[in-house]
Design a protein around this ligand. Structure first.
Ligand code: FEO
Length: 397
């Protein structure tokens, strides 16, 4: 059965408690997630979004408990990635002629994924759909985070259906952020933003400004993942956080990311920490061993950091596969305005620090110092050199 949100709106999504990774294994989702779909019953009946394919039969069966499918007048697809459109083929088998409102790019994605000639209706920003007392207004939100994305605003109830925007991978039967541990929800919202939306900061910034300029009364933000934001202070909080996060967000934090074979590079990471602390005692320093930490948690810390240090022992004339993986993911964040340097121990050839610096530069970081290397295990004197390097690095920020 669905969950009542207002007299006219019912949540008909799927809570996925089991989901621990997403996009294949690209994104960890330790708190589970949900695929939120909404059923609007005004004079017309509208379904907003569906759920991921593995739950398609369950979704359609539960929707049938809620409503005779033939009563659905319109389907609105805010975003057509498989986690929201996956149940469409199962649903459309039952109601093949119902118009699907989506952006032109959205139609392209649906055709590309499902190869069906459904009744598509393309909409643009400002287009409306009268459904009775309420009107649905469509707002294109391209690159938040796919080209097809749009938001749908429901007047009268003042609900912004924001799809991935303002979402979190967070499973909850409670539906609302204020019914959960708010710090946990916000941490998940930040992880979501850092990993999914931060490469598109400029688009987020423009879209937020545009929506705020529209001056829409918003009583509820209903995303497609996780919990909804309903209290005015929570709506303000999440919008305020998005405004901050999209605008060259950084905290007074330095993250030291490293891999280690026989503890020498770890020893260097700790020496760097000591050096930074000498110069900047108030800076928050985080040490993250790529072999022990979740990759998406590391990316979230990179997102928050004003600078990073990345270290690996030299392995086969290169760096470790853990560092290679995280560097590639960091590059995907399209970071701007951050500083970095590299470090690493070695036995004989010692290329890692130089190669890491090159990768970081390619990823958009300003390299403030040539990387530092230590041969074999650091002794007292080389440990002090690494500490001094940390001091100079903090000084250069
Ligand atoms: Fe939740 Fe971009 O799909």
């Amino acid at each position: 059965m669905g969950k009542r949100i207002t007299d006219k709106v019912t949540w008909v999504g799927k809570i996925d408690w089991e989901l621990k990774s997403f996009h294949g294994d690209e994104l960890s989702t330790f708190a589970g997630s949900s695929y939120n779909a909404y059923l609007i019953r005004d004079e017309k009946t509208v379904l907003i979004d569906t759920v991921w394919g593995p739950y398609d039969r369950e979704f359609v069966a539960r929707l049938k408990e809620e409503i005779d499918l033939k009563e659905i007048d319109y389907i609105v697809m805010n975003h057509n990635e498989s986690d929201h459109s996956g149940a469409l083929p199962e649903l459309m088998r039952e109601i093949p002629d119902v118009p699907i409102y989506c952006t032109k790019k959205g139609e392209g994605i649906l055709r590309g994924l499902y190869h069906q000639d459904w009744n598509y209706v393309n909409v643009k920003t400002g287009d409306t759909l009268e459904i009775g007392d309420s009107t649905l207004t469509f707002i294109e939100a391209s690159m938040l985070h796919w080209p097809d994305t749009m938001f749908t605003y429901m007047s009268d109830e003042n609900i912004l259906f924001s799809n991935d925007g303002f979402g979190q991978h967070y499973a909850s039967e409670m539906l609302y952020a204020d019914a959960e541990n708010m710090n946990h929800v916000i941490d998940e919202a930040e992880k979501y933003y850092a990993n999914i939306l931060s490469p598109f900061n400029m688009f987020v910034k423009k879209k937020l400004a545009e929506i705020l300029e529209m001056n829409l009364p918003i009583d509820l933000i209903a995303p497609s993942h996780g919990v909804m934001w309903r209290r005015p202070e929570d709506i303000q909080t999440i919008i305020g956080l998005y405004q901050k996060w999209c605008d060259n967000y950084q905290e007074d934090q330095i993250t030291i990311i490293y891999d280690t074979m026989w503890q020498s590079t770890r020893h260097m990471a700790q020496a760097l920490e000591v050096g930074i602390q000498r110069k900047s005692p108030n800076t928050n320093i985080k040490l993250m061993n790529v072999a022990k930490e979740d990759k998406n948690d590391i990316l979230t810390e990179v997102f928050k950091s004003k600078a990073i240090l990345v270290g690996s022992p030299t392995i086969a004339n290169g760096y470790s596969y853990g560092i290679a993986g995280i560097l590639e993911m960091i590059k995907g964040l399209k970071i701007k305005g951050r500083k970095a340097a590299a470090f690493g121990s070695y036995g004989w050839s010692g290329e890692a620090a130089k190669l890491i610096s090159a990768h970081l530069e390619e990823a958009g970081f300003e390299i403030v110092k040539e990387g530092i290397r230590v041969q074999w295990a650091p002794d007292q004197s080389s440990t002090e050199e690494v500490r001094s390097y940390g001091e100079e690095f903090a000084e250069a920020l």
